[in-house]
Design a protein around this ligand. Structure first.
Ligand code: DAH
Length: 337
C-alpha cells in the first residue's frame, strides 16, 4: 500500500496540466467523492497498526501536494482566459475621456492671442529670491507696497519665498535676453490670503513684457485693445485708469465695458458697468537698469493679469474655489469648449 502512495506522490509531482479541463479532471481523480484519496483514507482501517502512522503521513502529503498543484495552476488559466478575452480590434469607448481644465483653456487662449503678435512664452521658478520677486522690480526692502502681496516665505530665510506674481519672470527674461523683447510668462503664484469665493492662496497669472526702442504708451493701449477684442469679442470697449505699481511709471488698470443688463452685472461692476481685468504700465527705467538694459535707449511696457479672473468672466463662474476642487461635474462642462 505504502508503495502505491509513493508512486502516486511521484506522479503528482511530475504532473503539468495541459488545460483547465485537464486540471479539473485531475482534481476529480484525486479529490472527488470517489477519488483516489478518499479510497486511500477508506483503506486506512485495513492497514496494520504499526504502519498506520507512516501511511497516514504519506496520504496527507499526497493530499497537500494535489491541492498545491491545483492552487498553482488555477490562476494561470484564469489569466490566460482574460488575455484571450481582450479584443484588440474593438473601438475604444469615449465616455471616460477627460477634459481640459478651464484654467489651462484660458491660459492657452491668452498665449495664442499674444503669439499671433510675436510674443513668445517664457517661464521662471515658483520658488524665488527677494531680488527677482521684489528688489529688481523697484520694491526695495521696507517698501510699503510689499505688504500688498502677503508673501509665503520658505523656512525662516527671507530670501527664499514663493513668488507672489509672475513679474519675477520679466526680470529673469531681461537679465538673460537683449531687446527687442516680446515675451509672455504664464504661471502659478502664491499669496498668504484667506481662501474665499474671490481669493485663493494659489492662483495663476500671465505677465507680458515688450521692450524695444521708442515703445510708447500708445503701443501698450493698442496691444491691450487687440487682446480684449480677441478674448471678449470684437465689440469690447476698454478704458485705462491711472493706478500705481512700483515697477511701472506711469501705471494703469485696464477695464473692459461689461454692461448693465441685469442684477448680476450691477453687482460685479459695482454699478459702473466697467470691470477691471489687468494691471499695466511703462516699465520703470529703474527696472530696466536693474536688468542691465540701457533705459536711455530702450523703453517698454508690461502687464499682468489673473487667469482665474479672466476665466470667471468668460465662463460666468462666480466662485474661484471651483477651479481648485477638481469636481468632475464642474470640469466636465468644459469638455466641449
Ligand atoms: N504684478 C502685478 C500683480 O501681481 C500685476 C502687474 C501690474 C504686472 C502691472 C505688470 C504690470 O507687469 O505692469 O498685482
Amino acid at each position: 500500500m505504502l508503495e502505491k502512495v509513493q508512486e502516486l506522490v511521484e506522479k503528482v509531482e511530475g504532473y503539468v496540466p495541459k488545460s483547465e479541463e485537464d486540471l479539473n479532471n485531475f482534481r476529480i481523480k484525486y479529490l472527488g467523492k470517489r477519488g483516489l484519496l478518499n479510497n486511500l483514507f477508506a483503506s486506512f482501517k485495513k492497514i496494520p497498526n504499526e504502519q498506520k502512522k507512516e501511511f497516514g503521513a504519506s496520504i496527507n502529503k499526497l493530499k497537500n501536494l494535489v491541492q498545491e498543484k491545483i492552487d498553482t495552476y488555477i490562476d494561470s488559466f484564469e489569466e490566460e482566459e482574460l488575455v484571450n478575452d481582450i479584443d484588440l480590434t474593438k473601438p475604444i469607448g469615449l465616455d471616460g475621456l477627460g477634459s481640459r481644465h478651464p484654467i489651462s483653456l484660458v491660459r492657452n487662449q491668452i498665449v495664442e492671442i499674444f503669439n499671433r503678435i510675436g510674443f513668445i512664452v517664457s517661464e521662471g521658478p515658483e520658488i524665488e529670491g527677494d531680488w527677482h520677486n521684489f528688489s529688481a522690480l523697484n520694491l526695495p526692502q521696507e517698501h510699503p507696497a510689499r505688504d500688498m502681496q502677503d508673501t509665503f516665505f520658505i523656512q525662516t530665510n527671507p530670501d527664499v519665498l514663493l513668488r507672489t506674481h509672475t513679474s519675477s519672470v520679466q526680470v529673469r527674461y531681461m537679465e538673460n535676453n537683449k531687446p527687442p523683447i516680446r515675451t509672455l510668462s504664464p504661471g502659478r503664484v502664491y499669496r498668504n490670503e484667506a481662501i474665499s469665493a474671490r481669493a485663493h492662496c494659489i492662483f495663476h497669472q500671465v505677465e507680458g513684457l515688450y521692450i524695444d526702442e521708442n515703445v510708447s504708451f500708445a503701443d501698450l493701449k493698442q496691444t491691450l485693445l487687440y487682446f480684449a477684442k480677441e478674448m471678449f469679442g470684437e465689440k469690447t470697449k476698454i478704458r485705462l485708469r491711472p493706478s500705481y505699481f512700483p515697477f511701472t511709471e506711469p501705471s494703469a488698470e485696464l477695464d473692459i465695458y461689461w454692461g448693465l443688463k441685469n442684477d448680476s452685472d450691477y453687482r460685479i461692476t459695482k454699478g459702473t458697468g466697467w470691470l477691471e481685468i489687468l494691471g499695466c504700465g511703462m516699465v520703470d527705467p529703474n527696472v530696466l537698469e536693474n536688468c542691465k538694459i540701457d533705459s536711455k535707449k530702450y523703453s517698454g511696457f508690461a502687464f499682468g493679469m489673473g487667469i482665474e479672473r479672466i476665466a470667471m468672466l468668460k465662463y460666468g463662474v462666480n466662485d474661484l474655489r471651483l477651479f481648485f476642487e477638481n469636481d468632475v461635474r464642474f470640469l466636465k462642462q468644459f469638455s466641449l469648449i
